[in-house]
Design a protein around this ligand. Structure first.
Ligand SMILES: NC(=O)c1ccc[n+]([C@@H]2O[C@H](COP(=O)([O-])OP(=O)(O)OC[C@H]3O[C@@H](n4cnc5c(N)ncnc54)[C@H](O)[C@@H]3O)[C@@H](O)[C@H]2O)c1
Length: 398
């Protein structure tokens, strides 16, 4: 089964081919789109070699495939990796008619995307996402960036793929905990944009351990449906679409200082709870909506916040918050942090800029973080920390 949707990316309707057990059909569709290219540069996560190999074999019947394997980690998401890929591409005869294909999670997608944007001042780009974060969120965007020593995604550009393709079966090898926490971007979409889809999200997440195809297709829909209208209005996600940065101010800081041990999805989930606590403490978000955050985030089966959040050095966290890449969108004082806050589920607080970003005192953010780290989950309607061990340690889901 192979389905097709069109995603508005930088003014074009980019085809997104997806389905389950459709890898060979996808490879054929890719081959048909290589056009005059005599080679493709396949930038691939080393951990997905089992998925990459059949696709590369099929593709190589039509075009020369040069593969560059990547260890996907946040510390490796750098300009020097992009340069290394570009140097290797040139030495292997890749030319300006070649295509760059990124196959892996969000890290590989961003690195391949930035390489494609820079190589020959722009070559064709195809995304083949293999994680929930990538398939349902990061490839549905033209933001391509790598990290600097100062923080996450500080160096990059906007660049659209000409095609996105995903066999949802590729997601089946993502470890259990990463699959669930990776779906936090979908929890974000429900909390910040589509609260009416709460029941669909709950159903899909609770069905996932047994059933596969239906839930993943539903989650795909939540990802794309939430983003589509925003991408039409604000393709570069600098105005209205900043709503998708919900949970990302604190999330990015946590992910970065963890040195990769806390994955993007988990970090964003904690970041959303912190944002909700900030909003509640400022009298903006009501208690019922705050509890909804805990209820929904609880479905992601996070580990115990006391151990996950308690271990971070607070001074380091403050320093990282001070370099968050959203500061430049709005004026922020030295001790303020730019955040997306909600007034209600699906209702962002609009700042003076007219966009969903407001300055928040760093003290308020840190106090909210302490509440999330040490709160009583049952009081907030969650169960995390009570049964997390059994759920967290179960191996692959699918
Ligand atoms: N708009 C955007 O550009 C955007 C949006 C969201 C996230 N991101 C970026 O995406 C990254 C996070 O993405 P992610 O969560 O996919 O992380 P990731 O790419 O780092 O992958 C997470 C881990 O899963 C492994 N992996 C990938 N696919 C696998 C598979 N099918 N089976 C087994 N293991 C697999 C990777 O090797 C890695 O160890 C961050 O760098 C974040 O900044 C970008």
């Amino acid at each position: 089964m192979m389905l097709e949707r069109h995603i508005p990316l930088d003014g074009h309707e980019t085809p997104y081919l997806y389905g389950v057990d459709c890898g060979i059909a996808l490879a054929e569709a890719l081959a048909a789109r290589t056009g005059s290219a005599d080679s493709v540069l396949l930038v691939a996560d080393r951990k997905v070699a089992a998925h990459t190999a059949p696709l590369a074999r099929q593709l190589s019947h039509h075009v020369k495939v040069e593969t560059f394997g990547i260890d996907a980690s946040e510390t490796n998401k750098t300009m020097s990796l992009v340069q290394g890929i570009a140097e290797s591409a040139i030495s292997r005869g890749v030319n300006r008619s070649s295509l760059v294909i990124g196959m892996g999670g969000g890290m590989v997608g961003n690195v391949a995307g930035l390489t494609a944007a820079l190589l020959f001042r722009g070559t064709g780009l195809i995304h083949l996402p293999t994680t929930p974060v990538a398939a349902f969120d990061s490839v549905v965007s033209v933001k391509q960036a790598v990290n600097l020593r100062g923080g996450k995604n500080l160096c990059g550009t906007y660049y659209a793929p000409s095609l996105i393709a995903c066999d949802l079966r590729w997601l089946s090898t993502v470890p259990h905990e990463e699959l669930f926490t990776g779906l936090s971007e979908m929890a974000k979409n429900v909390l910040a944009v589509l609260p009416g889809e709460e029941e669909t999200l709950r159903g899909a997440l609770s069905a996932l351990p047994g059933e596969r195809i239906g839930p993943l297709l539903q989650l795909f829909d939540i990802g794309v449906t939430a983003k589509e209208p925003f991408l039409r209005q604000d393709p570069r996600e600098r105005r209205e679409a900043l709503i998708f940065e919900y949970g990302h101010t604190v999330g990015h800081a946590l992910e970065f200082i963890s040195g990769g041990s806390m994955k993007h999805g988990e970090a964003v989930a904690w970041g959303m709870l912190v944002a909700a606590e900030v909003s509640h403490s400022l009298g903006i978000l009501g208690g019922e909506d705050l509890r909804s955050h805990y209820r929904i985030v609880d479905w992601l089966r996070l580990p115990d916040p006391r151990t996950r959040l308690g271990r971070f050095d607070r001074a380091e966290l403050r320093a990282k918050l001070a370099t968050d890449n959203k500061r430049g969108y709005i004026p922020c004082g030295r001790d303020e942090v730019a955040m997306v806050l909600l007034e209600s589920l699906g209702g962002p607080l609009t700042g003076e800029s007219g966009y969903p970003l407001v300055p928040v005192p760093q003290e308020t953010v840190m106090a909210a973080l302490e509440t999330v780290t040490g709160h009583s989950w049952t009081e907030r309607g969650g169960t995390i920390g009570e049964k997390e061990d059994a759920r967290w340690k179960t191996s692959n889901l699918l």
